[in-house]
Ligand binder design. Structure first.
Ligand code: SAH
Length: 218
């Protein structure tokens, strides 16, 4: 069977086209998405929907982000291949896997032990060796490994994420959903090299909240 006739390839091609139409046009980002099997990151019940451009439920009442949002946030981060990237909110590990294909090292923090363990299993299965995981409160960042070239927050921060901005290199970039309500603003902070930031509002998004502390349940 020719490659293009494989149903999974067709569905992936359809998804990539949908992302392009919505403005995700960075070839490196699209390539990373294309090479990451999203069905491996979705629960059994939703595997059939892994190629849809929608968020899906995962364990612990959390969600795997919509591919368009993953693409847009990754593109907005302008990652260079030597970068060390911090991600807050590992969740399924889907976004982490995509970051790992674009950066030198990815540090990722999750407050649910179950999600962290499951994600670690997937990274191993996919042979992704440049990801370093931590179970903890990502709101505090990862001070021992700071500063980072790039930081991505995949849960909604109530306000300016000061502790994380403090762990960014002077000309680094941080992307995060900011807001307390059901709809937040995806915001990009770009360091000006002198301790200040240029702040841009990119679009309205819906993320689960960034919660304080680690989860007591599994
Ligand atoms: N990037 C993920 C999206 C996960 S949803 C994916 O592609 O699947 C957001 C995740 O952030 C959830 O797993 C949630 O548990 C986690 N989270 C929320 N607050 C957190 C915190 N303070 N520290 C670490 N992780 C947090």
């Amino acid at each position: 069977m020719a490659k293009s006739e494989n149903p999974a390839d067709v569905r992936m091609a359809t998804l990539i086209l949908a992302l392009k139409q919505q403005g995700v046009n960075d070839a490196k980002v699209l390539n990373a998405i294309e090479k990451t099997p999203r069905e491996l990151f979705t629960p059994e019940l939703f595997k059939e929907r892994a190629f849809e451009d929608s968020a899906l439920p995962i364990a612990c009442g959390q969600t795997i982000s919509q591919p368009f949002i993953v693409g847009l946030m990754t593109q907005a981060l302008q990652i260079e291949k030597r970068d060390r990237v911090l991600e807050i909110g590992t969740g399924s590990g889907y976004q982490t896997a995509i970051l790992s294909k674009m950066a030198r090292l990815v540090y990722t923090v999750e407050r649910y032990r179950t999600l962290m363990k499951e994600a670690e299993g997937r990274f191993k299965q996919l042979g992704l060796t440049n990801i370093i995981t931590k179970f903890g409160d990502g709101g505090e960042g990862w001070p021992e490994q700071a500063p980072f070239d790039r930081i991505m927050v995949t849960a909604a921060a109530p306000g300016e994420p000061k502790a994380l901005l403090a762990q960014l290199k002077p000309t680094g970039i941080l992307v995060a959903p900011i807001g307390r309500g059901p709809v937040q603003t995806l915001r990009r902070y770009t360091g000006d090299g002198e301790g200040g930031f240029t702040v841009e509002d990119l679009l309205d998004v819906r993320f689960v909240p960034l919660l304080e502390g680690v989860a007591k349940e599994l």
